[in-house]
Design a protein around this ligand. Sequence first.
Ligand code: SF4
Length: 357
Amino acid sequence: MHPSLLTADARVASSRLDPETALELFSDDSPARLFELRRLANAARVARHGLRASFVDNLQINPSNVCVRDCQFCGFAAKPGEAHAYVQTEEEIFSAVDAHAPREVHIVGGLNHEWGYRRSLALVAALRERYPALYIKAFTAVEMHWFARTAKLTLEAVLTAMRAAGMNGMPGGGAEMFSERIRQAHFRYKLGADDWLDVHERAHRLGVPSNATMLFGFGESLEERLHHLFRLRDLQDRTGGFVSFIPLAMQYGKDSTRAISPYENLQVIAMSRLVLDNIPHIKAYWPMIGLQTAAAGLSWGADDLDGTIGMEKVAHGSGAPTPKLMAREEMRRLIELAGFEAVERGGDYQPLAGQTR
Ligand code: SF4
């Protein structure tokens, strides 16, 4: 083993990974180093979760893709009047929930005045009333921040009202890459790192759990990726409110010359597991990295495959070539083929009755 890895191995085993060691550990992407990374990340994953790998029967709800922003990387959003612009009605959303009967819904959409704060809040309340057992994961920090600003309310007021209406937790989208350099180049009008973290900190302090993400593949440096992960780790040290972290690979559609390789995806999963030692769950998000890479990710630090998804629109809007939904049995089979024990869970990560975790 490379001498610096021996040192890093000892440091990972005995204490937390610090930024310097992390940089040393991840800056070499030779096959030998990647193999050792896998071993370290898998050891950390097995120590926490054994060989169990979870998934949830869930449904993504994207009420509208019309958005006032135009982040350069986004293939989902549309301007009013564009051919692919759509706005769903409440009845369409209820029909989708009735048809899929999921355990969890994941609600995110464009920043569309037609689906502003009051209508979005009413949607959460209506879903809670119609489906009392449903886990409602609703609205990213970007949306919550926009709701507060456009409704002239404090963030606390918005978050408290959403929780009272029936929201159980928040998704982790919209974090993108915390580097200000990258933000200026790719999504300069979107919430910055400080504000994104602030929304989540306020949610955690109100008892609302959330997920966190990192969108990678902008051309950011390793230092910028690590900076993002360490900022999340610092917040988690203070609040403990993140349940799960999801590394999201940029989608380049048909431009295969820019596609992120399976190795790079696996390396980021391993990095996430090793740096984010205080976030319990690391997801291998199959709609963006592919089914085979996601299954492999289970032995590179991931312990969760997210879910059956229902009908994914955001990544597929940006050209993701994966299937748009996975049946529960297929999900289970994929996990078992990868050598893990499949555990179907609820939105709160608790295993369903009769399954162990
Ligand atoms: S990434 Fe989100 S905020 Fe940006 S354009 Fe797309 S939907 Fe709108």
